[in-house]
Design a protein around this ligand. Structure first.
Ligand code: NDP
Length: 324
């Protein structure tokens, strides 16, 4: 695991105590304190503990099979490429990178090295979101007509507020969940987007990034997704209107506490540890030599949509997305 920040500490590390097909074999951190603390807590041998400067020597460490990049967004590209050059399979946190061009370089590097690249899209393993995918795919309530999704939080700080490190604002961080949900609900790529930036109430805090954003995604079958994201207003829902009913989850994008409802009543679903399921699935994909349901290419597609949303936000016009 590379970068022992709040997601590694709060979610991924604890999840690796529950995984069945992988375990925390090593860590990379710039903090001596954290290296010491994690070494003790996870019983990691000294030979598997790295600082960023020594990162490339992981290539000689056969105890490590997968490198999980959990760094600020602008560092993803460099560390994914270096991980691939070390001959290790890679999981990279979302967003895969800050531009489509960077995603292409990362995907190409992993291909060249013959290693698998996956994105930390944990919701593809979450039973509530899987149920939403199933209900849409099986047309349980008829054809999907309209999607509405929002994700916002008020706790963003540090590198998340700096475009250089984050690549953008709440769209890159939390809005990406709505972009990705549009795909797993429709099984389609949007053909056009139209976005509008929300009012910037705190001009100092949000000097380099958007504070909030609303946007529409249009799909080739006529379905539309109305989405919003924010760093100043809470939001967390995914709702689908279909010909004969509706289904929704709220909260929809959290690690736990998800709740679902349909026009027929409550969803009765047992929650699981999303991150443990996600990491176990990637380990099994490597062992079984099968593809991952959340490959680097999916991260790249999301970035393509995000770039179109930003283009629309700036121009104020509807932006068409073409296949490339
Ligand atoms: P944090 O800021 O909490 O942690 C980032 C860590 O990266 C730091 O603690 C530090 O680790 C390391 N780092 C190295 N260089 C820098 C730098 N210049 N500035 C800041 N940190 C640096 O971020 P998060 O853990 O919240 O997010 C990390 C990644 O994970 C992001 O890409 C984010 O989008 C993603 N994420 C995904 C989630 C999901 O649900 N899938 C949820 C939350 C985050 P060290 O001290 O060990 O070197």
């Amino acid at each position: 695991m590379v970068g022992l920040g709040s997601y590694s500490e709060g979610e991924l590390g604890p999840a690796l105590k529950e995984t069945k097909h992988c375990h925390l074999a090593g860590i990379v951190s710039g903090s001596e304190d954290k290296r010491k603390r994690w070494r003790k807590e996870y019983d990691i041998p000294e030979s598997n503990i790295y600082c960023y400067e020594g990162f490339d020597s992981i290539k000689d460490n056969s105890a490590i099979d997968i490198i999980y990049v959990v760094l600020p967004n602008s560092m993803h590209k460099e560390y994914v490429i270096r991980a691939s050059q070390a001959g290790k399979h890679v999981i990279c946190e979302k967003p895969l990178a800050c531009t489509v061009e960077e995603c292409d370089e990362m995907i190409a590097a992993c291909r060249r090295a013959g290693v698998m690249l996956s994105v930390g899209y944990r919701l593809h393993f979450d039973p509530f979101n899987l149920q939403m995918m199933r209900l849409a795919r099986e047309k349980a309530y008829g054809n999907v007509k309209r999607i509405s999704a929002s994700h916002g939080l008020r706790s963003a700080q540090g590198w998340r507020l700096d475009k250089e490190l984050a690549g953008g604002g709440p769209l890159m961080d939390v809005g990406i969940y709505c972009v990705n949900a549009g795909r797993y609900i429709t099984d389609l790529e949007p053909i056009a987007v139209h976005a509008r930036e929300g009012e910037k109430k705190d001009k100092k805090k949000f000097a380099t990034i958007e504070e909030s954003l609303t946007w529409t995604m249009e799909y080739p079958n006529g379905v539309t997704a109305e989405c919003s994201c924010s760093y100043s207003q809470y939001g967390n829902h995914l709702r689908i209107e279909a010909d004969n009913g509706w289904f929704e989850i709220a909260p929809s994008f959290s690690y736990s506490g998800l709740k679902g409802n349909t026009s027929d009543g409550k969803m009765d679903i047992e929650p699981i540890n999303q991150q443990a399921a996600q990491m176990d699935d990637f380990a099994l994909a490597i062992i079984d030599k099968r593809s991952t349901p959340v490959p680097g290419e999916m991260g790249r597609q999301d970035m393509k949509i995000i770039e179109a949303i930003y283009e629309s936000m700036k121009s104020g016009r509807r932006v068409e997305i073409h296949e490339t």
